[in-house]
Design a protein around this ligand. Structure first.
Ligand code: CP
Length: 290
């Protein structure tokens, strides 16, 4: 059975720490792995992407491989071919399959039938590749994850869930602060704190994500109203620990979930975070294809 990466917890704590070590090595030496030489990686996108697509595509090439970017609407999958049959066919051609889609069950179904590793590049439930880059950014900035607290403010969505699960696995104290109706389920393992000011107290990093995710457009107005007190701005960041950094998985809406002065200011590590997608995912591909 191939190993898959669907929620991020598959790595285990030791595997996760080893992956972050390797990602830092690969960041320092981008040509340091040729693990994909003469191999192909299918990257299936059912939803738009900038960071995930570019970081995976560039990363696969840096590792000597060939990325096959497949748009969902161009595949027979869009005409009713099953995820099972798609997985069986792709497994005959490629070394790994990355998938971005809405329904997490589709990724599970692909993984259930694939003979090669399947990587979740985002579903409505989980965004584990993002969490790897987030942890890498914390490691890089603070030198260690030991004793770190990360406060996520806003919608208790897939990004919050992956931070709770994967951050918790790494030993980071993850606090999630959301209004009623947008809270993360307690089972994800984060500490849930209603008040955003209380949530960020003592945090080494404060994290924001969009208020209207892909698929939430119909409820945009009520989401913006409910989430307005959870904006990551300078005043909220001032309530965090001394030297705290701002994080955001992007794309951002300056003036909405994050203020422009924080997004482009000296306390953010958001653009490093976007770059770190590539380094973390290269380490992930190497680990899965060992
Ligand atoms: N953060 C993230 O996944 O960005 P994209 O949607 O642009 O891939």
């Amino acid at each position: 059975m191939p190993e898959h990466f669907l929620t991020g917890t598959e790595l285990g704590a030791d595997g996760l720490h080893a992956l972050l070590d390797r990602a830092l090595e690969l960041k320092a030496d981008p040509a340091g792995s040729q693990a994909l030489r003469s191999r192909h990686v299918a990257l299936l996108f059912d939803k738009p992407s900038t960071r995930t697509r570019v970081s995976f595509e560039a990363g696969v090439v840096e590792m000597g491989g060939h990325p096959l970017v497949l748009r969902g609407e161009e595949l027979q999958l869009s005409r009713g071919e099953s995820p099972r049959d798609t997985a069986l066919v792709l497994s005959r051609h490629v070394a790994a399959i990355g998938v971005r889609t809405g329904d997490h069950a589709v990724v599970e179904e692909l993984a259930g039938s694939a003979d090669v590793p399947v990587i979740n590049m985002l579903t409505a439930r989980h965004h584990p590749c993002q969490a790897l880059a987030d942890l890498l950014t914390l490691r890089e900035h603070f030198g260690t994850l030991d004793g770190l607290r990360l406060a996520y403010v806003g919608d208790g969505n897939n990004v919050a869930r992956s931070l709770a699960l994967v951050g918790g696995l790494a030993g980071v104290d993850v606090v999630v602060s959301s209004p009623s109706g947008y809270r993360l389920e307690p089972e994800a393992g984060a500490r849930l704190v209603d008040d955003p000011g209380e949530a960020v107290a003592g945090a080494h990093a404060v994290y924001a994500d969009v208020w209207v995710s892909m698929g939430d457009e119909d409820t945009a107005r009520e989401r913006r109203a409910a989430l307005a007190p959870y904006r990551l701005d300078g005043a909220l960041l001032d309530r965090a620990a001394d030297g705290a950094i701002a994080l955001h998985c992007l794309p951002a809406h300056p003036g909405e979930e994050i203020s422009a002065d924080v997004l482009y200011g000296s306390r953010q590590r958001i653009w490093d975070q976007a770059e770190n997608r590539r380094h973390a995912q290269k380490a992930l591909l190497e680990a899965l294809l060992r």
